[in-house]
Design a protein around this ligand. Structure first.
Ligand code: PLP
Length: 294
């Protein structure tokens, strides 16, 4: 792994995560703007959240030229499909290109599948959508159906540590391990990612069609049952409809539909993987009804 160095910057986003570690938060629009880069929203068909952008690869190259040299970078941590930042996924060529880039420079790719993993996006792992094999994968959330568990898996050469290099007290909790084992059995026996892909497409189709009438829906995106809806005041200016988004969540709740925000003006839909089309339809009906009146 590469050498690391201290480089604290004023932004709280860029506070080093650990001593002697440079945290280059390349996906954060604000940190990029601090470095003097500007982003043209209109250049992309997508409406990117304020907090997270998909950074064009030439700009990643720029980071390695002017911010930190490739030899100093140990790993690239990425969410294949951005979660809390607004459910944003990059152009299809993005992650394969990042893989090539990391291979070129001996950088480990660390795939955060905490939100996307275990069938959520219509594949067991989101990175499979792009045929990208990471060096390390982090998993949590769905792994034990809500019981607290985190998993880190890696290629053998990465995990070949000296004895005692890593240990923990509660890592082998038998109850939670049994729950995780049951989750994996059900998921694989019922191939639930296939249902996620099918019902997710159905929901996305309905929401995309609804854009004809509901001007407020600026963008519908995502994969499987990880769907993001970005609300805008105006499709031309792409001005975020933050208050309307919050109001939508409250109004939908009153009608029995539980939604969660993501990013400044998006709503995330992440229903259970066993959701059936008719159930999805009743949720979409409520959501569209609320959006009509917000
Ligand atoms: C993408 C992603 N990574 C990591 C985490 C942190 O996971 P945990 O709460 O299991 O530590 C979260 C939590 O929401 C997340 O969404």
């Amino acid at each position: 792994m590469g050498r690391v160095r201290i480089e604290a910057r004023k932004s709280t986003w860029e506070t080093p995560m650990a001593n002697k570690v440079t945290h280059v938060a390349i996906a954060l629009r604000e940190s990029m703007e601090e470095l003097g880069w500007t982003f043209e929203r209109e250049r992309s068909e997508r409406i990117y959240s304020r907090f997270a952008i998909v950074m064009p690869m030439p700009k990643v190259a720029y980071v390695f030229r002017f911010v930190v040299t490739p030899g100093e970078v140990a790993g690239l941590v990425f969410e294949p499909l951005l979660g809390a930042g607004g459910y944003v996924s990059p152009p299809d060529e993005y992650w394969p290109r990042a893989r090539e880039f990391c291979d070129e420079h001996g950088i480990l790719m660390i795939d955060d599948e905490v939100q996307t993993g275990f069938g959520r996006t219509g594949r067991m792992w989101a990175c499979q959508h792009w045929d990208v094999v990471p060096d390390i994968m982090c998993m949590s959330k769905a792994v034990a159906a809500g019981l607290p568990m985190g998993v880190c898996a890696a290629k053998g050469e990465v995990m070949d540590w000296d004895e005692g290099a890593h240990e923990n007290t509660l890592g082998g909790n038998p109850i939670i391990a049994s729950a995780a084992s049951a989750v994996i059995d059900v998921l694989t026996e019922e191939r639930l990612w296939l249902n996620a892909a099918k019902v997710g497409e159905h929901i996305k189709r309905r929401l995309t069609e609804a854009q004809d009438e509901a001007e407020i829906i600026g963008d519908v995106r995502g994969k499987g049952l990880m769907i993001g809806l970005e609300l805008v005041k105006d499709r031309e200016t792409k001005e975020p409809a933050a208050e309307e988004r919050d109001q939508t969540i409250i109004d939908a709740f009153k009608k029995g539909l539980l939604l969660l925000a993501a990013g400044p003006c998006s709503i995330r839909l992440a229903p259970p993987l066993i959701l059936m089309e008719e159930q999805a339809d009743s949720g979409v009906d409520i959501l569209l009804d609320v959006l009509k009146n917000v």
